[in-house]
Ligand binder design. Structure first.
Ligand code: FNR
Length: 342
């Protein structure tokens, strides 16, 4: 197995990884996961069409790199130097050429590219993306081969298991022959939901059959503390583990010395949201997913009524940090436009 850790090429062996999560894995959450000890952080799935429409802009005020959709000026992907060697961008695609183009758009700013081959949502399936690719292995392999040849950074794919273990192993062997650096396996079939148990024995069989790193996923129901991550790793015989829901609820699951109290996590998250000017609706959505039923409290009810980042920060006693940072950012923006700011 070639794993060139010393040449800065991302290595997928023996890693604990933040799984891709739509709307959750924007920059603040990825930085938070890195703070707490995650080795690799995946972005949310970004659709190839949208990435291809983006242009790259260095944001001097935030010290970030932004990929902005030309058609509506929205920031599709924001990243920064802190995560450059740890971030993997996940693409939703059904076409080799488009996938390769989309990967090239972001190649210089990320450490790896992942192709989503596990999403069971109608939107993905109807477009021939996500889990639809599990049932079209030739297309899946064509996409991976095209991306592997188009970029210099490592490429991975994230799949769900098929109904039969031998079929799943055979599929993984085909996929691995394209030159991917690792395969991530969520141990549920396309029809199975979180309440169904994860097929850890499928992941173990795949891990034994392949000579590239296999990343185990799907264990969050049993992952309450860091030691459970190690148990999941041992159960599946995998070299690495990827975590979604346990991290969505409390990202400090990555801390080897124990989880932090939730409100501390929220404050740490909010500091990154302020620093990178994360939009209020996305910030609110992420905190809502952390709070779950704590939303019934008075603070929770006030939170539900909040509409700005400042209001959210005031509720968690870091309003002053938000005010000062936003003032500084506004000054920097004015300076860029040559206006004096007191
Ligand atoms: C997901 N998942 C997911 N998977 C993926 O490949 N791309 C994505 O964008 C998303 N988005 C997403 C959003 C949210 C809110 C959740 C909870 C999940 C699936 C996720 O990465 C993972 O495969 C499953 O959640 C199983 O892992 P856990 O939760 O048991 O660790």
């Amino acid at each position: 197995m070639v794993c060139m850790e010393n040449t800065k090429r991302l290595c997928y062996d023996n890693k604990v990884i933040l799984a891709p999560m739509v709307r959750i894995n924007t920059l603040p959450m990825r930085l938070l996961a890195l703070d707490y000890g995650a080795d690799i952080v995946y972005t949310e799935e970004l659709i190839d069409h949208r990435l291809i429409r983006c242009y790259r802009k260095v944001n001097e005020t935030l010290q970030s790199v932004d990929f902005i959709d030309k058609s509506d000026a929205t920031v599709v992907f924001r990243t920064c130097s802190r995560e450059k060697h740890n971030v993997v961008l996940q693409i939703g695609t059904s076409d080799p050429e488009r996938a390769a183009k989309a990967a090239q758009v972001v190649e210089q700013d990320v450490a790896g590219i992942d192709i989503n081959m596990g999403c069971p949502k109608d939107f993905s399936l109807k477009g021939g993306m996500g889990a639809a690719l599990l049932f079209n292995p030739d297309k899946a392999c064509a996409i991976l081969s095209a991306v592997v040849s188009a970029v210099k950074i490592p490429v991975t794919c994230k799949i769900r298991v098929l109904q039969d273990v031998d079929d799943t192993v055979a599929l993984c062997k085909k996929l691995s022959a394209t030159g991917v650096a690792a395969i991530c396996v969520h141990g549920r079939t396309i029809k199975e939901r979180p309440m169904h148990s994860n097929r850890n024995h499928f992941i173990k069989a795949i891990s034994e059959a392949l000579d590239i790193p296999v990343i185990a996923n799907g264990g969050s129901k049993e992952i309450k503390v860091f030691e459970d991550i190690i148990k999941f790793k041992n159960l599946t015989g995998c070299s690495s583990v990827m975590i979604a829901r346990s991290a969505e609820k409390n990202c400090s699951i990555f801390k080897q010395d124990g989880k932090l109290e939730l409100f501390t996590v929220i404050r740490d998250y909010l500091r990154h949201a302020i620093d990178y000017d994360n939009v209020a609706p996305n910030t609110k959505y992420c905190i809502q997913n952390m709070l779950q039923n704590i939303q019934e409290t008075e603070r929770g009810r006030n939170f539900l009524e909040s509409t700005s980042l400042q209001q959210i920060c005031d509720l968690w006693d870091i309003g002053d940090y938000c005010r000062q940072k936003q003032k500084k950012m506004n000054c920097l923006r004015f300076e860029e436009r040559d206006v004096v700011c007191n």
